[in-house]
Design a protein around this ligand. Structure first.
Ligand SMILES: C[S@@+](CC[C@H](N)C(=O)[O-])C[C@H]1O[C@@H](n2cnc3c(N)ncnc32)[C@H](O)[C@@H]1O
Length: 195
């Protein structure tokens, strides 16, 4: 089966079961913007049933690109593993783990040039602080659902503003959108604090 047909099926099934996955607006943005970054080492926090993971895997470097994902809940993690295996995608390594509890160094071989943050909204600032020491010089971070759930993201916005981190918010759907941080040098300067 073609990947696009497979993804359509997953989207329909997720919709019927109220499982949150990428909006069509965010998916379109990723497909338009990620390929030009030639991403090799990607990380996703909150992969659920791996819909977004499959989209990201399609957009990273076809030869050397790899994506490490974390999902804290077992049923979606297990379903995600089924989806990845059905498509024979070898560039995704999906872990069943709470991202907050892991020693990230043990999971990463190289610095990250792309991070997709889509876990619990109130934890976004914790994820961000945890990944700072592992960012490559040339990096892109995308946080999903930052408009609809703005009230749960106060700590993230406070952290960014207090540290004068440059970011842009893109409204991609009528009620929601993403936050993008691209190569902000100040964020890398904070690595020593969060190591
Ligand atoms: C919005 S869903 C992810 C949707 C998925 N990225 C997609 O677009 O297909 C958020 C997921 O994050 C997971 N999650 C929440 N906190 C987490 C944590 N601390 N570590 C790993 N996963 C987490 C939830 O269990 C949930 O499945």
């Amino acid at each position: 089966m073609k990947i696009s047909s497979f993804l359509n099926k997953i989207r329909q099934s997720a919709h019927q079961r109220n499982i949150p996955i990428l909006s069509t607006g965010t998916e379109k943005y990723l497909r338009q913007h990620l390929p030009s970054h030639t991403i090799k080492n990607a990380l996703e926090i909150g992969s659920a049933i791996c819909y977004s993971s499959i989209v990201i895997a399609q957009c990273i470097d076809p030869k050397y690109g790899n994506l490490t994902t974390f999902e804290v809940s077992f049923p979606p993690y297990n379903e995600g593993i089924d989806h990845i295996s059905s498509l024979w995608i070898h560039s995704i390594t999906n872990y069943y783990a709470n991202f907050n509890s892991i020693n990230l160094q043990r999971y990463l071989y190289r610095k990250l040039d792309f991070v997709f943050i889509d876990g619990r909204k109130s934890e976004y600032h914790v994820y961000l602080q945890k990944i700072i020491p592992y960012l490559a010089q040339d990096y892109l971070i995308i946080c999903d659902d930052v408009i609809k759930f703005k009230n749960k993201l106060k700590s993230l916005y406070n952290f960014l503003d207090q540290n004068q981190i440059n970011y842009t918010v893109h409204q991609l759907d009528p009620d929601d959108g993403i936050l993008v941080i691209h190569n902000d040098a100040w964020l890398l300067q904070l690595a020593s604090i969060y190591t």
